[in-house]
Design a protein around this ligand. Structure first.
Ligand code: 4NP
Length: 160
């Protein structure tokens, strides 16, 4: 499984989602890879937002080495699953993917936690540290479900 997390700036939400899922993949002993990207180009090359770094560190997840990059249409080919944080990200990924768009690969991340509800991960960019803690909790719960749902699916595929 190759998973890509996408938000707007790739400095607040998706770097957190990447770090949280990478940590869980390692703990579960899975051979999956995870990356993140932004639909915007404002923060290319920057480390995650200092509050994303702080909140993840408090929770035992190091994201300080990650660097923002922009989504590229070839990501649609390279990754098996692309999770977006909100519906704007979904529409942007669709437009940017052009002829490579594959609806089956892309979903709102919170549909892993609240199936079919199309809920969005709120953008903590304009808020306080509290917002980053709330976002961390949501992402952590959604990533738990990714591990549960897809490792079960892989086991079923192996025995089929
Ligand atoms: P993110 O948050 O999409 O979760 O990384 C944002 C980061 C930067 C900006 C907007 C949202 N910005 O406008 O620069």
């Amino acid at each position: 499984m190759k998973i890509l997390m996408v938000c707007l700036g790739n400095i607040c939400r998706s770097p957190l989602a990447e770090g949280i899922l990478r940590n869980k993949i390692k703990k579960a002993g899975l051979c999956w890879t995870v990356d993140s990207a932004g639909t915007g180009n404002y923060h290319i090359g920057e480390p995650p937002h200092r509050l994303s770094q702080k909140v993840s560190k408090i929770n035992g997840v190091d994201i300080s080495f990650q660097q923002a990059r922009q989504f590229n249409k070839l990501d649609m080919l390279h990754f098996d699953k692309i999770y977006v944080m909100d519906s704007d990200n979904y529409e942007e990924v669709k437009v940017m993917s052009q002829d490579l768009w594959d609806e089956n690969k892309v979903d709102l991340l919170l549909n892993e936690l609240y199936p079919c509800e199309n809920r969005e991960v709120p953008d903590p960019w304009y808020g306080t540290e509290e917002g980053y803690h709330r976002v961390y909790k949501l992402l952590d719960e959604a990533c738990n479900n990714i591990i549960i749902n897809y490792s079960e699916e892989q086991k079923r595929n192996k025995t089929a």
